[in-house]
Design a protein around this ligand. Structure first.
Ligand code: SF4
Length: 459
């Protein structure tokens, strides 16, 4: 197994002020989302529609994908199908090779992160430049994004300044965001001009037209696609929607849920290559069919990657995206990743309080917290929990099934905690390491209840 979520989270929370700042920043985004959502009276209606459209699409997936392929081909677009990450990477490399291209630009695409495309293509000697500002920052630092919408949200402006000083030769210690953004802009402009091939993600692919929509706030997908001779768009097959009119629902939900904006700054519609340009679409499965076949988890494929569930999650906000050791972090990542590799990601469904806030904010009404709970059951049944947790749970099950033993242990425990607190408050107790332990109550709830019921019935 990879290093677990709790181990990685431990590193993140070592820096308490940064953890507080990360928590506050994401909560600020969550509040912006609330304001935007409450600003339109039909919000819940939109969520219902989005959920229903996605349910319908998932139930008729093959016919919509085939319709999309036919329409896209008729528009002059080359359509490729990739069963897994490896095939996705090889298809793109083949296109690059066919054109003898050495430099490419890429706008934000979590699918390419999922497929580890950058590592693969750099091993082939091709330069790939991420053009989303946050992604470029983490690319310079050789880190993965920590958030699907705000890839560098774990970094402060001082970190960005140091990174740009090292890679872009900006003034040392100049933390002015405008200065730093301008430096990035100049740097990226030259990359756009040099590049011959642009890769973009896809937010929505429309079956009835064969067109697709890419949403960015920086216009970098457009810059890349409009300057390069070859445009490759990569999409997981769940990005398909039936009709253009459905965009009216999803575009309104996406931006408000993601950043609290009424609309993403650039919602660019691509339909066919411009004269002289070549356009490709790579449609990827990579475990999605398997997830579709899992009755309890199939509707996780409704996700539109808005990250609202990240921003509201108390665990994500206080453990940081890198602690999820996967391309897609947060609550939805904890549902998607065990499908890709159950053993390696068996810790993720446990990284949740199951408070349900993620499900409350999800614009497509995915029952996220219920699926996290269901994954825990699958993971236990498949034997992927560590021994100490398993033994602990078995001991608790035994104790809970013997009421008199439970009462005896509770009473003795309270007594021991009062007389010898160090037995509980020591470095072997993981809870005690980070928290003050509460003092033990004088009586159990049961004792209190019996006493009060007795008193009340005597009155
Ligand atoms: S699960 Fe829902 S809230 Fe989370 S990223 Fe996907 S659409 Fe957004």
């Amino acid at each position: 197994m990879k290093i677990s979520h709790s181990e990685l989270a431990k590193k993140f929370i070592n820096n308490e002020s940064r953890t507080d700042w990360h928590d506050d920043t994401l909560w600020f985004v969550r509040e912006k989302r609330d304001k935007a959502a409450h600003g339109i009276p039909e919000w819940e209606q939109l969520r219902d529609w989005a959920s229903q459209i996605k349910d319908h699409t998932l139930s008729n997936l093959s016919s919509y994908l085939i319709e999309f392929e036919e329409k896209a081909k008729a528009n002059g677009v080359h359509v490729h199908w990739a069963a897994d990450a490896d095939e996705h990477n090889k298809i793109i490399y083949q296109i690059i090779k066919n054109h003898g291209i050495q430099k490419i630009v890429k706008s934000k695409s979590m699918l390419t992160e999922e497929c580890h495309f950058n590592d693969y293509i750099q091993e082939q000697g091709i330069e790939v430049v991420d053009t989303d500002l946050g992604e470029r920052i983490v690319q310079f630092r050789k880190e993965p994004p920590s958030h699907i919408v705000l890839p560098a949200i774990h970094l402060k402006k001082e970190d960005v300044s140091a990174t740009f000083h090292e890679h872009l030769n900006t003034e040392k210690g100049n933390n002015d965001p405008q200065y730093l953004t301008e430096a990035a802009r100049q740097h990226l402009r030259s990359k756009f001009v040099e590049s011959e091939l642009a890769i973009t993600g896809v937010n929505f692919a429309v079956a009835e037209t064969g067109g697709f929509v890419v949403c960015t706030n920086e216009g970098n997908a457009d810059m890349g696609a409009h300057t390069a001779a070859v445009h490759i768009a990569c999409m997981g097959f769940e990005k398909i929607i039936p009709k253009v009119e459905n965009l009216g629902v999803f575009l309104r939900l996406l931006a408000r849920s993601a950043t609290g904006q009424p609309i993403t700054t650039y919602s660019s519609h691509f339909q066919k290559p411009r004269p002289g340009q070549e356009m490709h679409i790579v449609i990827v499965d990579n475990g999605r069919s398997k997830q579709l076949g899992r009755e309890d988890f199939r509707n996780s494929l409704k996700c539109i990657r808005c990250a609202a569930c990240f921003n509201t999650c108390p665990v994500y906000r206080r453990s940081g995206g890198h602690s999820y050791h996967s391309a897609v972090a947060g609550p939805i990542g904890s549902i998607l990743n065990p499908n890709l590799d159950m053993k390696a990601n068996s810790d993720l469904p446990f990284a949740s309080t199951l408070c349900g806030s993620c499900s409350n904010v999800c614009p497509v009404k995915i029952n996220i917290h219920e699926q996290l709970w269901k994954w825990r059951q699958v993971i236990v049944a498949e034997g992927h929990v560590d021994k100490s947790k398993k033994i602990g749970m078995q001991a608790m099950a035994f104790l809970f099934s013997k009421p008199s033993l439970y009462r005896f242990v509770g009473k003795s425990g309270r007594l021991i905690m009062q007389i010898f607190p160090f037995i509980i408050n020591n470095k072997f107790n993981a809870w005690y390491k980070q928290r003050e332990m509460p003092s033990p109550p004088k009586e159990s709830f049961r004792e209190w209840y019996l006493k009060n019921v007795k008193n009340n019935s005597n009155n």
